[in-house]
Design a binder for this molecule. Structure first.
Ligand SMILES: Nc1nc2c(ncn2[C@@H]2O[C@H](COP(=O)(O)OP(=O)(O)OP(=O)(O)O)[C@@H](O)[C@H]2O)c(=O)[nH]1
Ligand SMILES: [Mg+2]
Length: 432
């Protein structure tokens, strides 16, 4: 690829010095101090050194440079004084503003969205995740082909050569990016088909599925790792997980359920990333139960809760049976937020995956939730058809078996294709 226009931070460049700029100019319910902290941890995850962070109150937006002339010059002075290589802005910048700022400041200017793209790009490990990130990066780069900076060094587009040459090169670059986008989409479609087939076979079985969702770094992978005694990747950094991992878990009733880990949410997740990660997030759409993991020690707990609920709404999952874990209760949880959350979500369970607090309770609750919400079938099986009871146990999710005088009553969740001979003993009304 000749020109991807996205910063590529290699190890050698890992000591890039960044200045973070949070601009307050439209009402944002999340306090700037908290947004600053989050952008700092995102920047650190991207492997840059954050030298300083500044919050700027902006009354009137400048159409060319977003900030006023005086502020831009002030930033230039700070950047020179502190030997800054990289400015990171929140909110996201329009391509033309980013270009103008880079020209005036003579250093690389990126926004939060590009930071997230970079992190996703560094972390994508499976083919699907890599393709998804590649697509988001290419789409992001398209309107930015004339940027002065890329790979933290100057690029030719728009800055060198005469105008005619620049335009010709730009057209070549545009076409290259567009054909790459088409190719990536095609490849993605193929990978998606494989995933869909895997999911289909999981859904076709009678094993209930639980999607573990929540803000990044809340403990989702830690939970699945703990439950499945596996070595799933867990890290105290944002976006440790970009792919879905599914594991069969033995529940307290000894029945099995499939738990799937998902990519973490973040507030204002760039829309193209939500779209490109849709197939991963679809795990939630198809799950029987949603398990939300919240980090109780997060400084913006209510914001994380809100973002999680909003993202689930975007995925059309808001009406699914849902359980909330208020995780990391071994750490300090803001008592005001805890009370607010409990009022909103009375069934919330305080947990610590780290110290195994209330994890069994979560599993039991999930089973309860499932049996309350699932469409059950009812059967009365003659006592001498123990083979059918055995068949039902193996091929459906049995909620209850009662041995009556003349028959065995069975309450279960079973898919039509598994009914077999059981269909002859199906009852339309629930067993009393
Ligand atoms: N103190 C404490 N730390 C926890 C607990 N659960 C998880 N952690 C830590 O929180 C950090 C993030 O955990 P992960 O399981 O990677 O979080 P995640 O939700 O999968 O994060 P993403 O994949 O980025 O979305 C790790 O350092 C864990 O060790 C807990 O109950 N208590
Ligand atoms: Mg994870």
């Amino acid at each position: 690829m000749a020109n991807n226009n996205i910063i590529d931070l290699t190890d050698e460049q890992s000591l890039q010095k960044a200045l973070i700029i949070i601009v307050e100019y439209q009402h944002n319910p999340c306090p700037p101090e908290i947004r600053k902290q989050e952008l700092e941890s995102l920047a650190k995850t991207m492997n840059v050194v954050v030298c300083d962070s500044i919050i700027i109150n902006l009354k009137k937006e400048n159409s060319q440079t977003f900030l006023g002339k005086g502020k831009v010059l002030e930033l230039k002075e700070i950047s020179i004084d502190k030997d800054i290589d990289l400015l990171i802005f929140e909110p996201d910048l329009a391509p033309s503003i980013q270009r103008n700022l880079e020209k005036i400041l003579d250093i690389c200017v990126i926004d939060r969205r590009e930071v997230i793209l970079q992190i996703f790009s560094d972390r994508a490990s499976t083919k699907e995740a890599s393709l998804q990130v590649e697509l988001a990066r290419l789409e992001y780069s398209l309107p930015r082909l004339t940027r002065a900076w890329t790979n933290l060094s100057r690029q030719r587009g728009g800055t060198k050569g005469n105008k005619g040459e620049g335009e010709k090169q730009l057209e070549i670059d545009r076409r290259l990016v567009l054909s790459r986008i088409t190719k990536t989409k095609e490849e993605l479609l193929k990978v998606k088909k494989i995933r869909d087939n895997q999911r289909k076979s999981r859904l076709n079985s009678n094993i209930p599925t639980v999607a573990i969702v929540g803000y990044t770094n809340s403990g989702k992978s830690s939970l699945l790792r703990y439950l499945s005694s596996s070595d799933i990747f867990v890290e105290n950094k944002l976006f440790a997980t970009l792919d879905t991992t599914s594991k069969k878990i033995k529940m307290p009733s000894h029945r099995e359920m499939i738990f799937s880990d998902t990519v973490g949410f973040v507030s204002d997740l760039p829309h193209d990333l939500i779209e490109s990660f849709n197939s991963t997030l679809e795990e939630a759409t198809y799950a029987d139960i949603i398990l939300i993991v919240l980090d109780g020690s997060h400084p913006n707990l209510m914001g994380c809760y809100k973002t999680t609920k909003e993202t689930l709404k975007e995925l059309n999952c808001e009406d699914k049976p849902t359980l909330i874990m208020l995780n990391k209760c071994d750490l300090e949880i803001n008592s005001f937020d805890r009370a607010r959350l409990k009022a909103l979500e009375p069934t919330l369970i305080e947990t610590s995956v780290k110290n195994n607090i209330n994890i069994d309770k979560v599993l039991t609750e999930i089973e309860n939730l499932y049996s309350q919400n699932v469409d059950l079938s009812y059967f009365e099986i003659p006592n001498d058809r123990q083979d059918l009871i055995y068949y039902a146990k193996r091929n459906s999710y049995v909620i209850e078996i009662k041995y009556e005088e003349n028959f065995v009553s069975l309450k279960t969740k079973i898919k039509d294709q598994y009914l077999g001979e059981l269909i002859n003993y199906k009852k339309s009304t629930p067993i009393q």
